[in-house]
Design a protein around this ligand. Sequence first.
Ligand code: NAD
Length: 361
Amino acid sequence: MALAARIVVLPGDGIGPEVTEAARRVLDAAAGRVGLGLDYVSDLVGGAAVDAYGVALRPQTLRLCKTADAILFGAVGGPKWDDAAPNSTVRPGSALLGLRKGLGLFANLRPVRVDPSMVAVSALRPERIQDVDLLVVRELTGGLYFSRPKRRYVTPRGEAAVDTMRYSAPEIERVAVRAFELARMRRGRVCSVDKANVLETSRLWRAVVSGVALRYPDVTCTHMLVDAFAMELLRRPQAFDIVVTENLFGDILTDEASMLAGALGMLPSASLGAGTLGLYEPIHGSAPDIAGKGIANPIGAILSAALLLRWSLNQEDAAQAIERAVSRVLAAGLRTADIATDGQAPAGTAAMADAIVDALR
Ligand code: NAD
């Protein structure tokens, strides 16, 4: 094989290993089609790493990721570990935050497409969701998740807690530039979502995005308040192309958007920085309620593998081949339990992956 790319696989906890294995098999099949060799190295993160090593993310894991072409990530967390203090290194989520920050992955791309054969599965009326094709660009290394101070403390009148929302102009500018560049590759529209009527960070956000927009006269830029956007996302989702927003708003809005696509298990994501290194993961969590049963929907993880081929390995044909294979399998009526309709016998995780691998061939 002419090329070999190095992929670090971090399955994590709960259904993470199940959906990551499915995604790896599909990735292998798609890479094989275009003669691309892939070297895999796996490591523990999240609760699995806490159990084995006492921390959610070891420094050597971060170093390993820095040497990779791309990272395939499952999900982290579970009731066994979730009571740990939010900022502690034994909290599974700290692995993801450490990877995002440590690798400089500031832009989280979350495409939301409604597959034609999933229109009936969505909680929304068909005419509301037909042809939905939007891309949320979520800022990933700033805002409430990272800014300090962040702590819980005791006052004479009882407990109190503080989180801090801080953004600098360069942090906003680089993610805005990414959004406008992506808009040029799509339908040329950016909607920036903020809370500029209340938050100072949002007023800075709006000013910086407006400044970037001047450099892209071919792209239409609009601004919306997050509360109004949350409503419009359900009322007229077809109206949106690129949606750019800060960390917390992006997290919440993309879970909402997943309901357009049918289920949380359907949506992929790519976390990118300045170069081609990226971390690819489904947007869902570790789903402890269904872990170990072999019934998780692997499509979000499998579509994340497609994004890996597109954004880190520059293999657009192989990426599209996966996306078409997923579409074909859904059109043929195969459904995991989360997207099955009444009376339909659901397929398990492995059966869904098998069918997608077959469709690729
Ligand atoms: P979750 O996304 O894990 O699950 C929410 C619901 O969706 C559950 O009912 C689950 O069964 C279902 N679901 C999720 N993915 C599915 C799939 N692929 N197929 C079928 N059903 C699926 O969110 P949660 O329950 O709030 O969190 C569970 C754990 O995951 C927590 O520890 C949380 O901290 C963690 N979490 C991790 C990430 C991540 O690693 N990126 C993201 C969110 C939550």
